[in-house]
Design a binder for this molecule. Structure first.
Ligand code: AMP
Length: 139
């Protein structure tokens, strides 16, 4: 799929738009979702320009899932929830709204319902505080 260099996550990767960073290494970046489906919702993106998982190199996929797993462990520890929801949408038909591949890590407490996808913007200070809690739980 043709990659749009001006998508939101490409701009975040270039530092042209801000993000609330949780983790970064040479291949991946993890940051808070600004419209979280639950408190502690983190996005993980490979730095490689790829629209979907199907466009991503095998090395990029390995790096992305490694970081996703690491973030999921930290989110579970930070939030103390029973479940962690990992989601990854490929193509607008599947509900993908930002055309740069990303993984969602969403804490899911027992008996709760996740909020609507990309619906309501969270308070910036709360997101920053949550990022600090998750960072403190990274191994
Ligand atoms: P998807 O629909 O799977 O493509 O998910 C895109 C996600 O990106 C949604 O959960 C949005 O809330 C989130 N999002 C959109 N813009 C930003 C942004 N500037 N910073 C952080 N998250 C964003």
């Amino acid at each position: 799929m043709v990659y749009d260099n001006n998508n939101i996550f490409a701009k975040i990767l270039r530092g042209e738009l801000p993000c609330i960073k949780v983790f970064e290494d040479d291949r991946t970046l993890a940051f808070m979702d600004i419209m979280p489906q639950a408190d502690g919702h983190v996005l993980i993106i490979p730095k490689e320009p790829a629209v979907t998982l199907l466009d991503l190199s095998e090395e990029g996929a390995v790096a992305a899932i490694r970081t996703t797993r690491r973030i999921a462990i930290a989110v579970k520890k930070a939030l103390g929830v029973e479940g962690i929801h990992v989601a990854q949408l490929n193509g607008a038909a599947a509900g993908q709204t930002v055309p740069h591949i990303h993984f969602h890590v969403i804490p899911h407490a027992a008996g709760t319902v996740l909020r609507m996808h990309a619906a309501e913007r969270a308070d910036e200070n709360s997101l920053k505080a949550m990022a600090e809690r998750i960072k403190a739980c990274l191994d």
